[in-house]
Ligand binder design. Structure first.
Ligand code: NAI
Ligand code: MG
Length: 352
């Protein structure tokens, strides 16, 4: 049966539009001739839009985006330090606002060290894990404030919010993911010091874990987790953790896997109440923008995650296989952004 999927495209700033062009090229190639059609709407959001109109993300933007099935984002943000953007607050006003408003309670970041990709780790074994980072709570909710600002008596609070509801649902997602993978889940927290939040996370991992007896459960303090991510990353399958720890660990995970140009992510609302959003982990890279130097692979792998989310598993696998094959044979480092996209798209178009 023919299926039309409403796709919101937010190319954004800098290299965002360049990598999204290639991601869409690959999406079109993998669905060509099938009964699946992506109806695409472009949204102009980010630093460029802010400089033109003064808007970051209006209620109308949000309502229009919400009416889609799924979102693909490139990257947003201008040149760091640009004084015209001093008050724009793109991170909070756009990215975090989208994640909170669309209830993206799972931030999913897979890490694989692909054959042919040099990792900064001399020996690492078979690395293939996924971080399930809570996306709507923790210290990122803006629950705080400052008084006596700028004085020696300034008091600044930034309170971490952890609800049983919020923790349970992300832990459940992580167990289901582990059950479908290598059946190992590692909770990362700091339960010895953050005893209130840590106690809640630990209790819910134990409770939900009882309903997934096939999954082995492990626990690491976040500081120890940074050691093992460097010394023995192959030990991980699914890591579940809070918003702040997840933010930090996934940057480390991106670094060990050999490059910001390869790391993909999903901001997921597993309930389907709102559209989920897929994006490369990298930013808008103003230093190389407009030069066709950006690696579009992270954006293309984000498309694979998007297809997986839509349960178009076969298409997702084909995209991932085409990317892995391309990565394995990368010898020409002078390929442009669009040449890489073309190579992957034409591998998909070739008859199997
Ligand atoms: P960045 O990720 O944009 O760039 C860091 C370094 O990695 C740069 O040298 C860049 O050239 C390189 N790089 C990034 N993506 C690449 C790719 N696909 N291929 C090859 N090289 C790549 O981080 P930076 O410089 O801290 O931030 C630049 C802007 O992006 C800022 O405005 C920042 O706020 C924004 N940003 C946006 C994000 C998002 O939209 N999710 C995430 C991170 C940063
Ligand atoms: Mg980050």
């Amino acid at each position: 049966m023919a299926r039309t999927i409403k796709l919101a495209l937010i190319p954004g700033d800098g290299i965002g539009p360049e990598v999204v062009t290639e991601a869409v090229k690959v999406l079109d190639a993998v669905t060509a001739g099938s009964d699946i059609e992506f109806a695409k709407t472009h949204f102009s959001l980010g630093a460029t839009r802010y400089l033109e109109t003064g808007d970051v993300l209006t209620d109308d933007d949000l309502a229009a985006i919400s009416a889609h099935d799924v979102i693909l984002l490139g990257a947003v943000g201008g040149v760091p330090g640009d004084p015209r953007l001093a008050n724009a607050n793109i991170e909070r006003g756009l990215l975090l606002k989208l994640r909170f408003s669309l209830d993206h309670y799972v931030n999913l970041r897979p890490t694989t060290i692909y054959p042919g990709v040099p990792s900064p780790l001399a020996s690492h074994g078979d690395v293939d894990f996924v971080v399930v980072r809570e996306g709507t709570e923790g210290p990122y909710v803006g629950n705080g404030g400052a008084i006596r600002g700028g004085t020696p008596h300034e008091i600044a609070n930034e309170v971490s919010v952890n609800t049983a509801f919020g923790v349970e649902r992300v832990v459940r997602f992580a167990f289901a993911a582990a059950s479908a993978r290598r059946k190992k889940l590692t909770l990362v927290h700091k339960t010895n010091v953050l005893t209130f939040a840590g106690g809640l996370w630990k209790r819910l991992v134990d409770e939900v874990g009882a309903t997934f007896p096939e999954v082995d459960v492990d626990y690491l303090h976040v500081d120890a987790a940074t050691i093992f991510l460097v010394t023995d990353p192959a030990r991980f399958d699914v890591i579940v953790t809070d918003n702040l720890f997840g933010d930090i660990l996934t940057d480390l995970a991106g670094a060990i896997s050999g490059g910001i140009g390869l790391a993909a992510s999903g901001n997921i609302n597993p309930d389907g109440t709102y559209p989920s959003m897929f994006e490369p982990v990298h930013g808008s890279a103003p230093d190389i923008a407009g030069q066709q130097k950006a690696d579009p692979t992270a954006a293309i792998l984000s498309v694979a995650m998007l297809l997986d989310h839509l349960q178009l598993t076969d298409a997702a696998t084909r995209v991932r296989d085409a990317v892995v094959a391309d990565i394995a044979t990368r010898t020409d480092s002078s390929r442009t952004t669009s040449q890489i996209g073309d190579a992957i798209a034409s591998a998909l178009a070739a008859p199997a």
